[in-house]
Ligand binder design. Structure first.
Ligand code: 4NP
Length: 173
């Protein structure tokens, strides 16, 4: 069995113009490479609203295009209250994003919020904000995001495949 059909994932950063649009596009691409489009609903948002309605930063568009991913049609939006119900998994790009999400989320959604690289098995590391840096920073975060996206899909599949833990099966003894 694959991951739950329509499993909904929201990638979140500060402005929703640099990192999370790239994560949305790259993860979408990884999912497509595996023919799994029908299994996932994928979106991105920012904790801030400064760039709402804007296309992704041209440097994110360029690095994505260089690796065969088109994110130019995306538009930034801020996280909304309804996102905490709608999405099964909400992944912050850095620890500030995770803290901002946790502050805003209802208690019922707290378990859905994780640090992207940590959830993908890469440890407690941030996808650093490349906004004030040069093009190198965008290339670096592309590779982090690509690797984490492959690991994320593998983790979600392992979770769906995992058999019941021994000892939890029903017993009459
Ligand atoms: P992002 O990068 O959170 O990866 O989209 C930023 C974009 C804009 C700003 C900060 C970070 N800003 O301060 O406007």
């Amino acid at each position: 069995m694959n991951a739950k059909p329509g499993f909904a994932i929201l990638f979140v950063c500060l402005g929703n113009i640099c990192r999370s649009p790239l994560a949305e596009g790259v993860f979408r691409g990884v999912v497509a490479e595996h023919g799994r489009e029908a299994d996932f609903s994928i979106d991105s948002a920012g904790t801030g609203n400064w760039h709402a309605g804007d296309p992704p930063d041209p440097r994110s568009v360029a690095v994505a295009r260089r690796f065969g991913v088109d994110i130019s049609g995306q538009r930034a939006r801020q996280v909304r209250d309804g996102d905490f119900q709608r999405f099964d998994l909400i992944l912050g790009m850095d620890r500030d994003n995770v803290r901002a999400l946790q502050t805003r989320a209802p208690d019922s959604a707290a378990g859905k919020i994780h640090l992207f690289l940590d959830y993908a098995g890469g440890g407690m590391a941030d996808v650093p904000d490349p906004y004030y840096g040069g093009d190198d920073g965008f290339t670096a975060i592309y590779h982090m995001i690509r690797e984490a996206s492959e690991a994320l899909l593998a983790r979600l599949d392992r979770r769906s495949f995992s058999p019941p833990i021994k000892g939890q099966a029903s017993s009459t003894i």
